[in-house]
Design a protein around this ligand. Structure first.
Ligand SMILES: Cc1cc2nc3c(=O)[nH]c(=O)nc-3n(C[C@H](O)[C@H](O)[C@H](O)COP(=O)(O)OP(=O)(O)OC[C@H]3O[C@@H](n4cnc5c(N)ncnc54)[C@H](O)[C@@H]3O)c2cc1C
Length: 321
């Protein structure tokens, strides 16, 4: 075991947080296990991004090519496959993002190496790789030990590690040779910016977030009034957006927005991992749920087990004073 390889992820010329989160994990893993930390940066005009990465890894592999200008599975797959075949890293890390979910399964199949997807953590125990994943809709974290293999592929869930990395390494930048580009079944055509939202929930200081526990759309006005009374912005879980009770732009979670407000108040939200991934880094989390075993209480700093229709009027009155 000599190397851990991280695929840097970026969009429109900017490295994404998941890159630094993976580096944070990989740096500790590399130090604990005495292995090199290598980053693979694929793209076009990548020198600025390379400069940001050079002090966070031991080797920086760069492939700058028009074929990699925007993410497209064919060229990415080919470049990664070639790099892994040539370097045989013990562990290859990809973000569990839209890109990673697209890329990792065909990559593992082509290389016939085991893939563990959507991991919260990974560790070595007596030479065996163990990963942590959530099961039963996020109610339990399970540590799974993998059968011995020379190489593993792991996708890491966003938001599990801090994105602030130490810059205590020094990488040699190595320009790698492109493969003979051949898989071009899909081509990138254009980047379409999402529609402008009515409010930007990611910029809110206080969020009051409503879930399916609200019961019916007519009840949302109660939460709206509460949010207004405390100067908060209204956000929601996915079912509320899916039912069009609130606009999609208000949805928090993996298929919505990631928020980091000072205060996040979750009302009638169970706290499925897809929701938690979007809010668990809020400074203070307050949850109201009538089910004391709801997973939201695992991340909440303060919790009220109770009926939100009884709790909210009381809170509103207290705040209004
Ligand atoms: C690919 C994928 C992506 C997803 N992306 C997202 C995402 O971005 N964001 C997201 O939120 N979800 C997402 N989901 C859905 C997610 O798995 C959950 O289904 C969803 O978060 C549940 O929403 P909820 O907590 O509002 O509803 P539920 O899970 O139904 O929970 C409702 C909660 O309300 C409580 N409750 C009911 N009545 C009351 C009351 N009167 N007072 C107090 N509490 C009450 C219940 O005890 C329960 O815990 C995604 C799922 C998939 C498969």
């Amino acid at each position: 075991m000599e190397e851990i390889l991280v695929l840097a992820e970026h969009r429109r010329g900017k490295l994404r947080d998941i890159t630094f989160e993976m580096l944070n994990f990989a740096s500790a893993f590399a130090s604990q296990n005495g292995v090199q930390l290598t980053v693979l940066l694929l793209g076009q005009d990548i020198s600025e991004m390379a400069d940001r990465l050079e002090n966070s890894c031991d080797n920086l592999l760069l492939l700058d090519s028009p074929e990699l200008g925007s993410y497209s599975p064919g060229p990415y797959l080919q470049a990664l496959e070639k790099t892994i075949q040539e370097r045989s890293p013990f562990l290859t890390l990809i973000g569990h993002t839209a890109i990673g979910m697209d890329l990792a399964p065909p990559l593992a199949a082509r290389l016939t190496i085991p893939l563990m997807s959507d991991c919260l953590d990974a560790m070595l125990d007596n030479g065996h790789l163990e990963v942590q994943r959530q099961i039963y809709g996020g109610k339990i974290n399970a540590n799974l030990r993998l059968k011995p293999f020379d190489q593993y592929l792991v996708t890491l869930r966003p938001g599990c590690f801090s994105a602030s990395v130490s810059h205590d390494r020094s990488a040699e930048k190595v320009a790698i040779k492109p493969p003979d580009w051949s898989y071009f079944r899909r081509r990138f055509l254009e980047y379409v910016e999402a529609e402008l939202a009515d409010v930007d929930i990611t910029a809110a200081d206080i969020l009051v977030s409503v879930g399916r526990g609200i019961g019916k759309p007519e009840n949302i006005s109660l939460i709206e009034e509460f949010a207004d009374a405390i100067g908060a912005t209204l956000s929601c879980s996915r079912p509320v957006a899916d039912k069009e009770w609130l606009p999609k732009s208000r949805q928090v979670g993996t298929s919505g927005k990631t928020v980091r407000p000072r205060v996040y108040i979750a009302l009638g939200i169970s706290g499925a991992f897809q929701h938690q991934a979007g809010m668990k880094n809020a400074e203070t989390i307050i949850a109201v749920n009538k089910d004391g075993r709801a997973p939201i209480f695992n991340v909440a700093h303060y919790g009220i087990v109770g009926d939100l229709f009884q709790v909210i009027p009381v809170l509103k009155e207290k705040f209004a004073k």
